[in-house]
Design a protein around this ligand. Structure first.
Ligand code: HEM
Ligand code: HEM
Length: 183
């Protein structure tokens, strides 16, 4: 079994990247959307701290995931109507682009607020920029809007995967992302 992608199949690295990345994104979206309307206080501090700690640890695997996909030619699109092929390519590019926006805007939101990035209390990476009010507010908007676009794109992507696998009963896409032979 190849580590690298081939024209017909995702390699092991891409598949691992996909499923680890999917789990991290779902956890990060879930926690972010859970705390986003909480009033200031200990509970908000706890959930935001958890989001920042997991986000800091997720940064490298997610950055690697995006860069790996950019440098590796993806397998050929699966045969389907040209507009669906195009939609799927655009959706995948949007997912990757939005992951990049989120992992860059998240840490910069913390740093431009003049705070260190704290990782479960073991490590604190101090802000290299100090508090920058205007930039901080702009980054909060980028991170907030990015998260909603990412949520919508993930929903579209998961519905499309479920549609192919369960309604059309075409297992080819799922099989190649799971590394199983297509039936
Ligand atoms: C948990 C539910 C998910 C399922 C069932 C699922 C399923 C799939 C499948 C079957 C493919 C292969 C499509 C093809 O061969 O053309 C794929 C590709 C892809 N998925 Fe997902 N996916 C899920 C979650 C996510 C999430 C949360 C993200 C990112 C936010 C994501 C990002 C991508 C990307 C970027 C691709 C293109 C190939 C790559 O770069 O990995 N997926 N997904
Ligand atoms: C990995 C992908 C990420 C996703 C999907 C994500 C998602 C979210 C969501 C949904 C919110 C709530 C937005 C709102 O208030 O409307 C949020 C807020 C926040 N995120 Fe993330 N995030 C990610 C990465 C990160 C990273 C890596 C960090 C920092 C290390 C971070 C730091 C923050 C902070 C500080 C807030 C609060 C912003 C504010 O005060 O409005 N995020 N994130």
């Amino acid at each position: 079994m190849s580590l690298h992608d081939t024209p017909a199949a995702y390699g092991a690295v891409s598949r691992l990247n996909h499923w680890i990345g999917a789990a991290l994104i779902i956890v990060m979206l879930g926690i972010g959307l859970y705390f986003h309307e909480m009033p200031r206080g200990d509970e908000l501090r706890y959930w935001m701290g958890l989001h920042v700690s997991i986000g800091a640890l997720a940064f490298l695997p997610l950055a690697f995931r995006v860069l790996w996909r950019v440098q590796a030619a993806s397998p050929q699109p699966l045969p389907q109507k040209p507009w669906l092929q195009r939609t799927s390519q655009v959706t995948h590019a949007l997912l990757l682009g939005l992951i990049a926006v989120m992992i860059v805007s998240g840490p910069l939101t913390v740093w431009s607020g003049g705070r260190p990035i704290e990782v479960f209390g073991w490590l604190a990476v101090p802000s290299p920029m100090g508090r920058q009010e205007g930039l901080h507010e702009a980054l909060e908007v980028v991170h907030g809007v990015g998260s909603r676009l990412l949520l919508l794109t993930v929903i579209l992507h998961v519905l499309a995967a479920a549609w192919h696998a369960l309604i059309e009963r075409n297992r080819a896409a799922m099989a190649r992302m799971l590394g199983a032979p297509a039936r």
